[in-house]
Design a protein around this ligand. Structure first.
Ligand code: F0G
Length: 458
């Protein structure tokens, strides 16, 4: 077996016991949950791969920071620390704290989209799309076509399709476009990286047409690691230099700190323009709280200030991406199809290929997620037609571009043995793939149904 991994640059000081249910108990729990993994109690899950967001393990230095957190309403010590760290790492002069990524979107996007009709991104994450729409605009995705073929190798499947971006700008009119967004890494395409060359080219196109350029920075560190490994200009450069080069191009950024800053809660907005920053501060005060805490408690701010630097540590990133590559190598060896090459935070298993007999309207990626729970108590989720839902006009089930079962790996939480359990479970499932049946929905709310719907096996 090919072992492409870098060992843990830490040891474990505190452990959290996990419950291991029997097969029979799991059958019962998932049936009681209406075959919806979001309805399972976390204590009935053995390995939780629902998300990498807010689920990371903080370091001893971060936990020590929790005790030192300054809970003053205004001007707390930790506020100055997070300002210093974020200004130094990202190079933007104005930084605003908020409580998570979607709060940053809620504060910032209406400012950029006022009187505008469109936002164009390599790919919008769901909450970003929602906030574009709430601001009265439409969200357009413009990822490179290489992203759509899950079997082909391409270094930067997260990239913006710049030729298509130019076409959109000409067709829709630059004056109607409020913002061009680059999501790094590109979550919806499979945690796929974006090259710095592509960030620069996209920013140049936006700026040529007078459109602000924004980075959705949730996984800025993982993206920079891929750039260091794959982009000629950046071989041998430090992660800090690559982060700087990426953010040098942007006018604004939003960030969910729950990913690469390895905290359980937190978010940031960065900005270069003083007038825009004044508007950001006003909206933060109404929605989040006073500007020096932005919806966070002091202890969480202190942990965030420390996490920003831990997230760009090169040995940590080698281990982190190494875990993804180890799991991917095991799956590849066992013939499990997934978005290739593996991305930064999750393995996106191609359920359409693994379960070709299940049509999109019987939810192959959901069927695989349920099977993973039955097999080994693993909780993954559907990123496919089940999540996409129905056409709001016709009420008919939409067909998603991909049927992915996402195995999102929390940071610094699971060991290599856990990764082996995941790989072995998928290999066992592959053996009986032909017998696995699809699902039908028996109860669903009109929007965001995947969180609460109930299903039945066919
Ligand atoms: N942008 C990206 C690229 C994200 O992946 C997320 C969250 C957000 C914004 C919103 O951040 O959750 O802090 O409000 N992604 C999580 C996930 C939920 O599971 O992929 P948030």
């Amino acid at each position: 077996m090919k072992r492409i991994y870098f060992p843990e640059p830490f040891r474990i000081k505190s452990v959290e016991p996990l419950r291991m249910l029997t097969n029979k108990e799991r059958e019962q729990k998932i049936a009681e949950a209406g075959y919806n993994v979001f309805r399972l109690a976390a204590s009935d899950v053995y390995i939780d791969l629902l998300t990498d967001s807010g689920t990371g393990a903080m370091s001893s230095a971060q936990w020590a920071g929790v005790m030192l957190g300054d809970e003053s309403y205004a001007g707390a010590d930790c506020y100055y620390k997070v300002q210093e760290a974020a200004q130094r790492i990202f190079g933007l002069p104005y930084i605003q704290l908020v409580h998570q990524g979607r709060a940053a979107e809620k504060v910032l996007l209406p400012i950029l989209l006022q009187g505008k009709k469109y936002a164009i991104a390599n790919m919008h994450f769901d909450t970003t799309r929602a906030h574009v729409e709430i601001a009265g605009a439409r969200a357009i995705d413009c990822v490179v076509p290489e992203a759509l073929d899950t079997t082909s190798y391409y270094d930067f499947k997260g990239n913006m399709d710049c030729a298509r971006l130019e076409e959109y700008i000409h067709k829709l009119g630059a004056e109607n476009i409020g913002v061009v967004i680059m999501t790094i890494t590109n979550n919806s395409a499979g945690g796929q990286p974006v090259s710095v060359a592509n960030i620069r080219e996209t920013a140049a196109i936006a700026h040529k047409h007078g459109i602000p350029f924004m980075i959705d920075a949730a996984r800025y560190a993982e993206n920079s690691y891929f750039v260091q490994q794959r982009e000629e200009e950046f071989k041998g450069k430090s992660i800090a230099e690559i982060v700087k080069a990426s953010f040098d191009c942007c006018d604004v950024f939003t960030m969910s700190a729950k990913k690469d800053a390895i905290v359980n809660m937190g978010g940031l907005i960065g900005c270069r323009d003083k007038a825009i920053f004044e508007l950001i501060k006003q909206r933060t005060i109404s929605f989040e709280g006073f500007i020096t805490y932005g919806g966070m408690s002091g202890r969480d701010i202190e942990a965030l200030a420390r996490g920003l630097d831990e997230g760009i540590d090169e040995n940590y990133l080698k281990y982190r991406i190494g875990q993804m590559q180890y799991l991917a190598a095991r799956l590849e060896e066992g013939g499990i199809p997934f978005q290739t090459p593996v991305g930064g935070h999750a393995v996106f298993v191609d359920a359409k290929k693994l379960l070709p007999h299940i049509p999109y309207y019987e939810f192959p990626a959901q069927a695989l997620a349920i099977e993973l729970y039955r097999e080994a108590g693993i909780r993954a989720c559907d990123i496919g037609s089940y999540m996409l839902g129905n056409d709001p006009d016709t009420g008919k089930q939409l067909e998603a571009e991909f049927e992915f079962t996402r195995l999102a790996i929390p940071r610094r939480v699971y060991t290599q043995s856990h990764l082996d359990v995941i790989a072995d479970a998928l290999l066992n499932i592959k053996e009986r793939a032909a017998e696995i049946k699809g699902f039908k929905i028996v109860e669903e709310p009109p929007i965001l149904r995947h969180f609460t719907a109930k299903l039945m096996p066919l």
